[in-house]
Design a protein around this ligand. Structure first.
Ligand code: ADP
Ligand code: TRP
Length: 321
């Protein structure tokens, strides 16, 4: 089974990104043929570009390798290194009714947030359809906000196949149900755009400072505390096995410790959890050439899959004459 996903290079990664997305990809590479790419063309649609985009692309690649994307197990590349995707984007545009794009929530949400309504933002789902259909994955794991985009890819593929025969594989989406939305320091969904993130990488002191900001209830030190619904507990449980989780629950109910203690504990547990990843990040930061080599190798592998598909499409559509 082939699984494909794309990630926008959009800044420092937080633990919501890790448990909601990255860890799923790392786990998937053990069981399935995994295709993962950095969606740098997509990032341009919300105004990213220039040196900042180039840097973010390398930073995201470095972070993903540090967090466990294994280039021997996964095909890992940068979107813009396989140009076929742009050719397919144009061809698929001819199979995309305007109404399909006009109904896209993501476009409406982003423009409502003040991102200027340029054409790339509007046609974003067509490029995403090309990303998917070029590589014929069986499954595309996505967050809830991206389901509609995969449905659009399916609609476009069906229209294309209707005209030219069974060429494009109709993808299925998969959402991860068991990872509930990771809460931020204020208890809302953790998101860069809400400024409530706990980042994966960063200085130990800065991380503790962020964790100290987590909103908690005001309960006297000696009193028993509820762990259900506590933002500190909800974050800590992502890192703990059953045994340690039960121990933490007991500390809550017993009383005699305040939320400050639980925050210190969370900071320690999190620091420990990412220790090995920090070491890998340090290595790759010092060896950026290795990262480039890995990305090149990935792009070559991705091209091996894209090239025959593109030939089929060129022949069918008459682009090859
Ligand atoms: P952000 O909201 O911080 O901008 P992105 O939209 O770039 O994050 O998300 C990248 C990936 O991380 C997506 O697959 C998304 O589903 C996942 N993700 C982001 N925030 C969370 C969260 N709080 N809980 C679970 N998954 C998340
Ligand atoms: N749109 C996705 C996001 O913002 C990123 C993405 C681009 C993607 N192309 C893709 C995801 C193809 C899955 C498949 O998160």
């Amino acid at each position: 089974m082939r699984v494909l996903t794309g990630i926008q290079p959009s800044g420092d990664l937080h633990i919501g990104n890790y448990f909601g997305s990255i860890k799923q990809m790392v786990d998937a590479q053990e069981k399935s043929e995994t295709f993962a790419f950095i969606a740098n063309y997509h990032a341009m649609s919300s105004g990213n570009g220039g040196e900042k985009l180039a840097k973010l692309t390398m930073q995201t690649a470095t972070d993903f390798l540090a967090l466990g994307i294994d280039p021997d197990k996964s095909t890992f590349w940068v979107q813009s290194d396989v140009k076929e995707v742009l050719e397919l984007y144009w061809i698929l545009s001819a199979f995309t009714p305007m109404g399909l794009l006009e109904r896209a929530h993501s476009y409406k949400d982003k423009t409502a947030k003040g991102i200027s309504a340029n054409h790339s933002l509007f046609s974003y789902p067509v490029l995403m359809a090309a990303d998917i259909l070029l590589y014929s994955p069986d499954v595309v794991p996505v967050g809830k906000d991206q389901i509609q985009h995969v449905e659009i890819a399916r609609d476009i593929a069906l229209k294309f196949n209707n005209e030219y025969g069974d060429i494009l594989k109709i993808p299925e989406f998969k959402t991860v149900e068991n990872v509930a939305t990771v809460p931020g320091t204020d208890g809302q969904k953790m998101s860069k755009s809400y400024g409530n993130t706990v980042n994966i990488f960063g200085e130990e002191k800065a991380q503790l400072k962020t964790i100290k900001k987590i909103v908690t209830q005001n309960v006297a030190l000696e009193d028993s505390k509820e762990f259900e619904g506590c933002n500190v507990y909800n974050m800590a449980k992502l890192f703990l096995d059953d045994h340690d989780l039960t121990q933490l629950q007991n500390r809550y109910t017993k009383g005699g410790e305040g939320h400050g203690h639980f925050k210190m504990y969370l900071a320690e547990v999190m620091w420990e959890y990412f220790r090995e990843f920090r070491a890998k990040k340090e290595y790759y930061e010092k060896h950026q050439d290795d990262v480039r080599t890995i990305l090149n190798m990935g792009a070559n592998r991705a091209k091996e899959s894209a090239a025959p598909m593109m030939e089929l499409i060129r022949n069918a559509t008459g682009v090859r004459y």
